[in-house]
Design a protein around this ligand. Structure first.
Ligand SMILES: NC(=O)c1ccc[n+]([C@@H]2O[C@H](COP(=O)([O-])OP(=O)(O)OC[C@H]3O[C@@H](n4cnc5c(N)ncnc54)[C@H](OP(=O)(O)O)[C@@H]3O)[C@@H](O)[C@H]2O)c1
Length: 327
């Protein structure tokens, strides 16, 4: 079948090992099902894989891709949940130490067909297109869990989202706005800040700017470059939810004095559960909020999509689509 896969690793030039070609059909273990992919979206995870992060040489060649929407063996329109857990694990699968993401141990979604455990398919609301639904299982699910589960954000609260242009950040802006949250954002780029406001943020600021109010929660995926600002932006008792370190993990100051004196909470968050994916789909269906697609393109042009992400000039998601001849 047609597939987009990693053949080798290159830390500095990840596109070197990217192949747009053919791979055998997926093996289907007992209890798994096959989804015929209609659309799949690109994540930083796919670039990390081509750099050899989270993927061993022995796993090559590996079909890339965590996110997809398509048709399952029963003919249902479905979204694929990307976390493959240990079958004996009970409870929140993001806490399963043996979990993996599609494309780490099992072939990913950038192919005509992907095999997943039956519990990993979730019915797609008819109101969402395949392209929209394919944006949701990684960056959007991460933003949903940061905001509502780990952040405990409720309607009427004020949230600061650091780094307005990011995949997780744009999702957080849209989800927060849909849920009645006041959303402030920062960006290094005035054009991105303006686009964040058009997307639904109430106000946008330069990185590090003094804000007009203290906020209930900060969503920070940037790390080192924004950490002190995030801590200083919080009200007493506020929460900082962290899920990434795009600018690096080592801090100039952890701001410990402020954390204890103002009784702040620092909360880690990673991916999300199947139950959270179901609730997020329902939120989008009910609210009419939709993921922002930077560009949709056929799988055959995957290299172009990877290059755009590597250059960092995105606002929203890159989506790959299959052709009717591949269904
Ligand atoms: N834990 C999880 O489950 C999980 C899931 C998804 C992603 N992540 C992580 O979360 C991070 C963000 O992912 P993403 O897909 O949203 O990435 P992204 O699309 O590249 O966005 C990152 C944003 O961070 C800001 N930024 C980047 N470098 C910066 C710097 N040096 N100083 C200040 N701001 C900077 C930029 O915002 P502006 O240009 O607007 O300033 C950029 O748009 C990544 O590190 C990713 O690995 C974690």
């Amino acid at each position: 079948m047609f597939a987009v896969y990693a053949e080798s690793f290159d830390e500095n030039d990840p596109l070197t090992g990217l192949v747009v070609g053919e791979r055998p059909d997926p093996e289907v273990p007992e209890g798994w099902t096959v989804v015929t992919v209609r659309a799949a979206s690109l994540n930083h995870h796919d670039l990390f894989s081509l750099r050899g992060v989270g993927l061993g040489e022995d796993a090559l060649p590996m079909i890339l891709g965590c996110d997809a929407a398509g048709i399952d063996e029963d003919g249902r329109e479905v979204v694929v949940h990307a976390i493959i857990g240990n079958p004996s694990w009970v409870g929140d699968e993001t806490l399963d130490p043996h979990r993996s993401l599609l494309s780490e141990r099992h072939p990913g979604t950038f192919a005509e067909r992907v095999a997943v455990p039956r519990r990993n398919v979730v019915v797609k609301p008819a109101s969402l297109s395949f392209e929209e639904a394919a944006c949701l299982p990684t960056a959007w699910l991460t933003a949903y869990r940061m905001l509502f589960t780990r952040g405990g954000v409720v309607p009427g609260e004020t949230v600061l989202v650091q780094g307005a242009g990011g995949g997780v950040s744009t999702a957080a802006i849209t989800l927060g706005r849909a849920a009645g949250v006041r959303v402030l954002v920062t960006s290094r780029d005035a054009a991105k800040a303006q686009r964040a406001v058009e997307l639904g943020a109430h106000e946008a600021f330069e990185h590090g700017a003094r804000l007009p109010v203290k906020v209930d929660a900060v969503l920070d995926t940037v790390g080192r470059a924004t950490w002190s600002h995030s801590i200083r932006a919080l009200k007493p008792g506020g929460r900082l939810i962290t899920s990434g370190t795009t600018s690096g993990p080592d801090l100039e100051s952890a701001e410990l004095t402020r954390i204890f004196f103002l009784q702040l909470s620092v909360v880690g968050s990673t991916m999300g559960t199947r139950g959270e994916l179901v609730r997020m789909l329902s939120l989008l269906d009910a609210s009419g909020a939709r993921p922002l697609i930077h560009q949709a393109m056929p799988f055959e042009r995957a290299r172009e999509g990877f290059a755009a992400m590597a250059h960092g000039d995105l606002f929203g998601k890159i989506v790959f689509t299959t052709a009717p001849s591949q269904w």
